[in-house]
Write a protein that binds this ligand. Structure first.
Ligand code: GN1
Ligand code: MG
Length: 382
């Protein structure tokens, strides 16, 4: 974590009111460094800000990341004003530096951006209740709705081939071959499990490329901790962590949320008997997501939603194992072996979803049907 002196000097680059009081690290993300900074104005009022140092090994073009984010949040604000007259607490507002750029960068400090902390809100690593997960679904679904008229081709691809599962499998094969950290001998079971499903890795990419399902502007990292909840009402307020917003598939956003939120255990839970995909949570998220989109998804997207959940889970298992074999160079780890435990929980979820696939499909179609009728005359920004 940055020292007080360093953080205060980074904060002073930004055009935000008040003086720096203190900061604390927030450790839930696996890529960027995040700090909560408290500021105080002369009249004694305090306001908190989130300051993030972008990991430029992962995001090679951080300017493009910021440009995407500003464009997308402005677009969402415009729609929120049109429909509700206000966007307060429902979309991130970024601070600019004293010369008007939405980031500060220096050789010594790295690449920083800041946004206003949404007061009285919390991001949870695990959904505290099934109702929270319904709310998360609604919020991510609305995110898609607000961006449905945004031309995805105008956004930068901030991490090329981010959800290209086939290329993720290729990277795993390469890591196996190189065996850089000499860990291959411990993971034969995991390698076999994942490679035995490699034939399915192209399902979503192929469907996008053939035009069977549309490209949309998607979030691409819809972990449950990327939604803020209002502490008083428990309603989902705002989608955060917009670094990977780029052209993608609705299946990615739906799928990554199910993988991370429809189970009650941590990503590195060692006791695999506790790890399962809770069908009730799946049902509530699906309901919320389809409701939030005002039924804009095509029939084919709906049919493939459960496959999206399985493929996003499979893909991150492949990525965790790749990183384990490469010596933990990508995802932040707190102990040796964490990426392997993460791989195993995701494999368990893949197997569990495979056994529940028919029911998952039935539920998705049930809510699609229900909301198609309900939203027949509602605005969809189309
Ligand atoms: C990373 O930084 P965070 O925790 O929001 C990763 C996601 C993974 C996730 C797994 C840019 O997200 O793709 O699903 O870890 N983000 C990036 O926990 O690689
Ligand atoms: Mg995050």
């Amino acid at each position: 974590m940055q020292s007080k002196r360093v953080m205060e000097s980074i904060v002073s680059q930004f055009d935000i009111p008040g003086r720096y009081v203190e900061h604390a690290a927030i450790r839930s993300g696996l890529i960027n460094q995040t700090n909560l900074v408290t500021m105080q104005t002369d009249d004694g009022q305090t306001q908190s800000y989130i300051f993030q140092r972008i990991n430029t090994n992962v995001f090679r073009e951080p300017y493009h990341v910021m440009e995407n984010i500003i464009r997308v949040t402005e677009h969402i604000k415009k729609h929120m004003i049109e429909t509700d007259g206000s966007y307060s607490r429902r979309v991130l507002s970024f601070a600019t530096t004293k010369d008007g750029t939405p980031y500060y960068e220096s050789e010594q400090d790295g690449f920083w951006r800041a946004y206003e902390f949404v007061d009285n809100s919390t991001a949870y690593n695990l959904a505290p209740s099934a109702d929270h997960f319904f709310e998360a679904g609604r919020c991510f679904g609305e995110f898609q709705l607000y961006l449905t008229d945004y031309d995805a081709t105008t956004l930068f691809e901030t991490i090329p081939n981010f959800h290209h599962t086939v290329k993720r499998v290729e990277a795993l094969r390469q890591a196996i071959e190189e065996n850089r950290a000499d860990r291959l001998k411990d993971v034969q079971h995991e390698v076999d499990f994942l490679l035995s499903r490699a034939d399915e890795a192209g399902i979503i990419v192929d469907a996008l490329e053939s035009g069977e399902i549309p490209y949309r502007v998607t979030h691409n990292d819809t972990k449950i901790n990327n939604v803020l909840f209002d502490n008083t009402t428990d309603k989902a307020l705002c989608v955060i962590d917009l670094d990977t917003v780029m052209p993608g598939s609705s299946l990615y956003d739906f799928g990554d949320a199910i993988r991370s939120g429809a189970c009650d255990t941590a990503e590195d839970e060692p006791n695999l008997s506790k790890v399962e995909m809770d069908l009730n949570k799946y049902r509530l998220f699906t309901k919320g997501f389809i409701k939030g989109t005002h039924s804009l998804l095509t029939h084919r997207e709906i049919e493939l939603l459960p496959i999206g959940a399985k493929m996003m889970t499979y893909e991150v298992a492949v990525r965790f194992l790749t990183d384990y074999l490469n010596g933990d160079v990508y995802f932040h780890t707190e102990y040796s072996g964490q990426n392997l435990l993460r791989t195993r929980t995701q494999m368990k979820l893949v197997a569990d979803m495979e056994s529940k696939m028919d029911e998952m499909k039935r539920i998705a179609l049930e809510y699609a049907d229900m909301y198609a009728k309900r939203f027949a005359d509602m605005p969809s920004f189309r």
